[in-house]
Design a protein around this ligand. Structure first.
Ligand SMILES: *[C@@H]1O[C@H](CO)[C@@H](O)[C@H](O)[C@H]1NC(C)=O
Ligand SMILES: *[C@@H]1O[C@H](CO)[C@@H](O)[C@H](O)[C@H]1NC(C)=O
Ligand SMILES: *[C@@H]1O[C@H](CO)[C@@H](O)[C@H](O)[C@H]1NC(C)=O
Ligand SMILES: *[C@@H]1O[C@H](CO)[C@@H](O)[C@H](O)[C@H]1NC(C)=O
Ligand SMILES: *[C@@H]1O[C@H](CO)[C@@H](O)[C@H](O)[C@H]1NC(C)=O
Length: 246
């Protein structure tokens, strides 16, 4: 009788010990660990292309590192796999490594915005992407009744779904890839052919005027603010990217 009592006491102490130990080592039921930017996208399952771009261009890891120190935070627009599938075939492949970096950075705002903020933000909002002249590419937001649209000038889409919305990080799903207008203003084979450029190139077969070609709004790029902030990141990323791809 006594020995039965002892052994059952020993057993329950043992069980309590096991329970304590496993409670300490078992993963928390909710991911309360450090914020994992790509992890949030990865868990969702429909951002394979975007994740690949974030990895190839190293923008994903840059954002992850900066999340730790940023006071402003970040807002990221994550195009779905469908969005990439709906692009003109070959468009992505036609981009050089630097343009790929720009494209990804165009989906990142260097500030945390709630959907409500975006509804009333003053346009254009600068992104992390900057052109070769150092001017930040902007996005325009229009909102009504908690429905916000984002426009790049060549692409407009609704912001549907907040995957994450807690400072310092907001991630919103978009159903279209946000293509910067600047990609289509100069030197892009995707741009509509302009009758003016044919004449300008005269008898030479190769035009060197790619940077001055045709864009009707090439001169009104209004995103000059903050060019210095984005520039270092872009350069660093471009270099990293070139290293990565070569
Ligand atoms: C973040 O999530 C990604 C993808 O799920 C994973 O590969 C990576 O190890 C995670 N990073 C951290 C620091 O947990
Ligand atoms: C981010 O900050 C946390 C503490 O605030 C620290 O434990 C972690 O190592 C930092 N991560 C990076 C990548 O700097
Ligand atoms: C957003 O775009 C849709 C069409 O894509 C349009 O019907 C709607 O009115 C727009 N909303 C705002 C707030 O601009
Ligand atoms: C944003 O809107 C302004 C005028 O409201 C326009 O000049 C500019 O081209 C637009 N930019 C984009 C990226 O749509
Ligand atoms: C035009 O450019 C192509 C390659 O871009 C080059 O092979 C060719 O020699 C150039 N022709 C002239 C006339 O510059």
């Amino acid at each position: 009788m006594a020995s039965a009592l002892v052994s059952s006491t020993v057993l329950s102490v043992f069980l309590v010990l096991i329970a304590t130990v496993s409670a300490q080592t078992a993963p928390a039921p909710a991911p309360s660990g450090p914020l994992n930017f790509t992890g949030i996208l990865d868990k969702n399952g429909q951002y394979t292309y975007f994740l690949r771009f974030l990895a190839d261009t190293q923008v994903g890891s840059q954002v992850q590192i900066q999340l730790n120190t940023t006071t402003e935070g970040f807002t990221v627009f994550a195009p779905t796999d469908n969005a990439f599938n709906n692009l003109k075939p070959g468009l992505i492949n036609s981009l050089d490594p630097q343009k790929k970096v720009e494209l990804v950075l165009y989906h990142v705002l260097p500030k945390f915005y709630t959907l409500n903020d975006l509804q009333f933000v003053s346009n254009p909002v600068r992104t992390q992407a900057t052109g070769q002249d150092g001017a930040a590419y902007g996005l325009n937001f229009t909102g009504q009744n908690n429905q916000v649209n984002v426009s790049s000038g060549v692409v407009e889409t609704q912001i549907n779904n907040a995957l994450y919305q807690k400072k310092p990080l907001a991630i919103y799903q978009v159903d279209k890839v946000l293509l910067p207008e600047a990609f289509f203003e100069a030197s892009s084979p995707a741009a509509a052919p302009s009758p003016a450029t044919k004449k300008a190139s005269g008898s030479k077969s190769n035009s060197t005027a790619s940077s001055t070609a045709d864009g009707p709004s090439a001169s009104d790029n209004s995103g000059s603010m903050g060019r210095n902030i984005g520039m270092g990141l872009v350069l660093g990323l471009a270099l990293a990217c070139m290293g990565f791809l070569s």
